[in-house]
Design a protein around this ligand. Structure first.
Ligand code: PHE
Length: 444
C-alpha cells in the first residue's frame, strides 16, 4: 500500500508546526500561566521546552519514520508481541479526549468570527463583553452547533488526505499570525497600566514554584508541542528519508514557543490594563482581545482577521488529532479512509457534546470538582501526555538504542550532527528522569 507523504521539506515543518501552534498557544498558555503564578510558570515552561522539547519531538519522529506507521502499528512493528502498543492505544484515546474539549473552544472561534463581522464588540464595556461570553456558554446548543461545524471541517480536510490537505493551509498563514500578534502586542504594551502585566509575565516570583506549577508547565509544554500522544509519530511516518529530523524539530519548537510568548505579551498587559484577572481562564483571551480591538485603529478588521487566523490555527491542530485516529482505523482496522473519517469524527463529537454542555453554569456536571470539560483537559495534558512522552523517550533511548537513533538522526550517516550524543543522553537519561520526577512531585 502506498502511503501519503509530504511533498516538500517545508511541507512537514509546516504541518508539524500547524499541529503545534493553535489554541494551546493563544488560549491555554495564558490560562495556565495566569493560574500558576505568572513569571515563575513562564520560567519553568521555557526550561522544560529548552531541555525536553527537541529530544521528545525527535523521539516521536524517529519512531514514526522508522516504522512508517500510525502509533499503534509503529510499536507493533518495531517490537512485535510486546506491551509497547499500549502506548499507541493510549495516544489514540488521548486524541479522542483532546479533540472533544479542544473542538469546543475551536467552535467559539467561529462564533467570534461571526460576532466580529457583525461588529458586535464595538464600544462595549468589559462587563458587557464578559456577560455576553457567559451567556453564550449558557446557550449550550449554540456551542454544540459550532463544535459540530468545526469537527465537520476537520473531517473534510482529513478525508482529502495528508499531503494536499494540510500543507496548503498551513504554509502561508503562520507568518501572518505572527505578524498580527506583533501588531497586537505593540498596542497592548502601550495601553495605560500595561507595565504591571509585563511584570506579571516576565518577573518570576520563585516562591510560587510548586509541584502543581511544575506539572502544569510540563503538561502545557507537551500539549503545546503536540507531544506524547502520537501526532508526531504519525506525522513522522510521512517524513521522507532524506529530511533532516533535527532541524525540523528545532524549527517547530522555536516557532511554537515564540507564538506562545507573543500571546502572553498581548494578553497580560492588556488584561491588567482593562482589569481582567490573570486567573480569569477562558475570559483572558475571549474577553481581553475584543477590548484591545476596541482601542485600535482598524480594530474592526484586525478583529476579523485575528479570529479567522485563530480558527485556522485551531484547524491545523484538530486535523493532526483526527489524523492519528484515522491513520489507526485505516491501517490497523482496514477501514476505508472515508469511513474512518466519518466514524472518528462522530466519536469525537459524541464525547465533545458533553464537554461543551458541561460549561453551562447550571449543569452541575462535574468530576472531582472539575467540569467535564476541565476533567478532559486535566486527564490529557497532565496525565496521559506526560506518561506517553515518558514511555516514548524510554523506547527510543533504551529499546531502539543508540545505533538506530544515530542512523535515523543522520539519515544513515549522510548528515553531520555534532550534538547527537548530547541529544541521545537527554533522551536516555535526563528526559525520563525529569518527566518522572515532575510527574511525581506534581501529584504528591
Ligand atoms: N498543540 C496544539 C495546540 O497547541 C494542541 C494539540 C495537542 C494538538 C496535542 C495535537 C496534539 O493548540
Amino acid at each position: 500500500m502506498s502511503r501519503d507523504g509530504f511533498g516538500s521539506k517545508l511541507g512537514i515543518i509546516a504541518a508539524a508546526a500547524g499541529s503545534a501552534v493553535g489554541l494551546g498557544n493563544i488560549y491555554r498558555f495564558p490560562c495556565e500561566l495566569g493560574n500558576n503564578g505568572g513569571g515563575a510558570f513562564l520560567l519553568v515552561y521555557l526550561l522544560i521546552v529548552l531541555c525536553l522539547g527537541v529530544p521528545v519531538m525527535l523521539s516521536e519522529f524517529i519512531i514514526g519514520r522508522r516504522a512508517q506507521k500510525n502509533p499503534i502499528g509503529a510499536f507493533k512493528m518495531l517490537r512485535p508481541r510486546s506491551g509497547w502498543p499500549v502506548i499507541g492505544y493510549m495516544g489514540v484515546l488521548c486524541a479522542f479526549i483532546i479533540m472533544a474539549f479542544y473542538s469546543t473552544v475551536a467552535g467559539w472561534t467561529l462564533e467570534y468570527i461571526v460576532k466580529a463581522i457583525g461588529n458586535q464588540f464595538h464600544g462595549k464595556e468589559l462587563s458587557v463583553i464578559e456577560q455576553e461570553f457567559a451567556d453564550f456558554h449558557d446557550m449550550g446548543w449554540k456551542n454544540v452547533l459550532w463544535q459540530a461545524v468545526f469537527i465537520f471541517l476537520t473531517g473534510f480536510v482529513v478525508f482529502k488526505g495528508v499531503a494536499d490537505g494540510i500543507e496548503k493551509y498551513a504554509k502561508i498563514l503562520m507568518p501572518v499570525l505572527v505578524a498580527i500578534l506583533v501588531v497586537l502586542g505593540l498596542r497592548a504594551v502601550t495601553l495605560p497600566g500595561a507595565k504591571e502585566g509585563l511584570t506579571f509575565l516576565f518577573k518570576p516570583d520563585f516562591s510560587k514554584i510548586t509541584g502543581s506549577v511544575l506539572i502544569s508547565a510540563l503538561g502545557q509544554a507537551f500539549f503545546s508541542l503536540s507531544m506524547g500522544m502520537g501526532v508526531l509519530i504519525t506525522y513522522g511516518s510521512y517524513i521522507q528519508k532524506d529530511d533532516n529530523l533535527t532541524t525540523t524539530a528545532l524549527s517547530v519548537t522555536l516557532s511554537d514557543t515564540l507564538i506562545a510568548v507573543l500571546a502572553g505579551v498581548v494578553i497580560f498587559p492588556a488584561a491588567f490594563s482593562f482589569g481582567v484577572q490573570p486567573t480569569a481562564g477562558m475570559g483572558l483571551v475571549f474577553n481581553t482581545l475584543p477590548m484591545i480591538f476596541n482601542q485600535m485603529a482598524g480594530g474592526y478588521f484586525f478583529c476579523i482577521i485575528f479570529f479567522v487566523l485563530l480558527a485556522v490555527a485551531a484547524l491545523t491542530s484538530t486535523i493532526s488529532l483526527l489524523e492519528v485516529i484515522v491513520a489507526y482505523f485505516v491501517e490497523e482496522l482496514r477501514m476505508s479512509r472515508r469511513w474512518a473519517t466519518v466514524i472518528a469524527s462522530l466519536g469525537c463529537m459524541a464525547i465533545g457534546v458533553f464537554a461543551s454542555l458541561s460549561l453551562k453554569s447550571d449543569t452541575g456536571f462535574t468530576i472531582a470538582g472539575l467540569s467535564f470539560f476541565d476533567s478532559l483537559d486535566f486527564i490529557s495534558a497532565k496525565v496521559l501526555l506526560p506518561i506517553g512522552a515518558l514511555f516514548i523517550v524510554i523506547f527510543v533511548g533504551w529499546v531502539m538504542g543508540k545505533k538506530t537513533f544515530n542512523e535515523e538522526i543522520t539519515n544513515g550517516g549522510k548528515l553531520k550532527l555534532s550534538i547527537k550524543s548530547v541529544i541521545f543522553f537527554i533522551i536516555r537519561y535526563l528526559a525520563p528522569l525529569a518527566i518522572a520526577v515532575i510527574f511525581i512531585t506534581g501529584f504528591v
